[in-house]
Design a binder for this molecule. Structure first.
Ligand SMILES: N=c1c2ncn([C@@H]3O[C@H](COP(=O)(O)OP(=O)(O)OP(=O)(O)O)[C@@H](O)[C@H]3O)c2ncn1[C@@H]1O[C@H](COP(=O)(O)O)[C@@H](O)[C@H]1O
Length: 113
């Protein structure tokens, strides 16, 4: 188990993308722009798909980490905070009424479902 969160990754990506550290992969990736990052994201998605149907759990875990990292970089470049993505996921969960089953209390103003 780890207490490392996507919010931690988002903070690190923002700091490294803004850095001028020539050793930073994030800085060099971000400098290439959203078109390049989107292409990398597609490649990582394909590699994750291939790993998903393989029998290698470690490979799938590693490819999923690459995919999520590149997604966080893409969101950063498009100025979309992870909190917006989480809010969208939360809205969808609220619509299904399954939030409480996941152990989450109903938020004030949330419709009965
Ligand atoms: N989570 C990641 C992460 N996941 C994947 N990668 C890099 O993503 C690249 C993907 O590998 P590929 O083989 O597809 O690409 P490549 O041939 O190395 O590079 P390209 O020239 O194709 O872009 C690898 O170089 C990985 O190191 C990451 N690089 C950085 N992070 C995070 O970003 C933080 C800051 O890293 P730096 O910006 O390097 O300081 C790190 O501490 C991590 O938290």
């Amino acid at each position: 188990m780890t207490d490392f969160t996507l919010a931690d990754l988002e903070t690190i990506v923002a700091a490294r993308a803004a850095s001028e550290d020539s050793g930073s992969y994030t800085a060099s990736l971000a400098a290439k722009g959203i078109g390049h990052v989107a292409k990398k994201l597609g490649e990582e998605a394909t590699e994750t798909v291939i790993a998903a149907v393989s029998q290698d759990e470690d490979r799938l875990t590693s490819e999923a980490a690459d995919l999520i990292y590149h997604l966080v970089v893409a969101l950063h470049l498009r100025h979309i905070p992870l909190s917006a993505v989480m809010a969208e996921l939360g809205r969808r969960t609220a619509q299904t009424g399954l939030a409480e089953k996941a152990g989450r209390p109903r938020e004030p103003g949330q419709a009965n479902g």
